[in-house]
Design a protein around this ligand. Structure first.
Ligand SMILES: C[S@@+](CC[C@H](N)C(=O)[O-])C[C@H]1O[C@@H](n2cnc3c(N)ncnc32)[C@H](O)[C@@H]1O
Length: 226
């Protein structure tokens, strides 16, 4: 294929630049949320009970550019046609994945977002990127919205709330094709919460081979052997 890939071409490039710049404001947004989260933790509540999707609706919490490029390259290498995403937020990761599908010649990213305002913004950002035809962001709890999926799934990104990585993987697993890749974010920050997930994919007993990539906040890279 000749010409720039979708990530380097307009309008996608400018939309990604804008979204990554807006996401830098997360530092301040987290600072504002910190007292409430710390008070809740001190009262014995879990992080995921306090930091609800509604309370975090202003936060982008996206994949880094480095992770986005890895998502793009992985989807290209797999010649992916069907990609599933748990946790879409404002659509940054979805744009990297949809770009790969465009450059692969077609396909769909099935995203999932429980927070209505984020789902609307993600859909608008995909439209602004010229990639609306390669993505379907489903509004609601991923455990419900990802029940109906086309087969086979070539790539799965896990980037929603961490207590649901294993249940979402179990839901999508019957649709994964041998050789499918599963990428899971935030392995370092949520080491304890994600330990059961990492053990599941690394044990060799559940059909996966897996390693933790030391990029950004830790990206678990798993291949479904079948
Ligand atoms: C870390 S952010 C995703 C960032 C996104 N992948 C990106 O790179 O831009 C996690 C998102 O998961 C969403 N979420 C949390 N629980 C969910 C659930 N049960 N179903 C669908 N989305 C959920 C949150 O609202 C939040 O927007």
């Amino acid at each position: 294929m000749s010409g720039p890939n979708a990530l380097r071409a307009e309008p996608t490039r400018s939309v990604l630049d804008r979204l990554h710049a807006e996401a830098r404001g997360d530092r301040l947004r987290f600072l504002k949320l910190a007292p409430r989260i710390l008070a809740g933790l001190a009262r014995g509540r879990s992080f995921f009970e306090i930091a609800t999707p509604e309370s975090m609706k202003g936060c982008y919490i996206p994949v880094s550019r480095e992770q986005g490029e890895l998502l793009y390259l992985t989807a290209r290498a797999l010649r992916a046609r069907t990609v599933v995403e748990f946790g879409t937020s404002f659509g940054i990761s979805t744009i990297y994945l949809a770009s790969a599908l465009r450059d692969n010649g077609g396909g769909i990213v099935i995203g999932s977002e429980i927070e209505p305002s984020k789902c609307t913004r993600a859909t608008a950002n995909l439209e602004a990127s010229g990639l609306a035809g390669y993505a379907d962001v489903r509004l609601g709890d991923a455990l419900e919205t990802l029940r109906e999926l086309p087969e086979p799934v070539d790539l799965l990104l896990l980037d929603g709330w961490k207590d649901l990585y294993l249940p979402v993987l179990e839901l999508v697993r019957p649709r994964l094709r041998p050789g499918a890749v599963v990428l899971a974010d935030n392995i370092f920050t949520f080491r304890k919460a994600l330990r059961p997930y990492v053990e599941y994919v690394q044990s060799g007993a559940n059909g996966f081979e897996s390693t933790t990539l030391r990029i950004s906040d830790g990206f678990e890279y798993s291949v479904y052997i079948g």
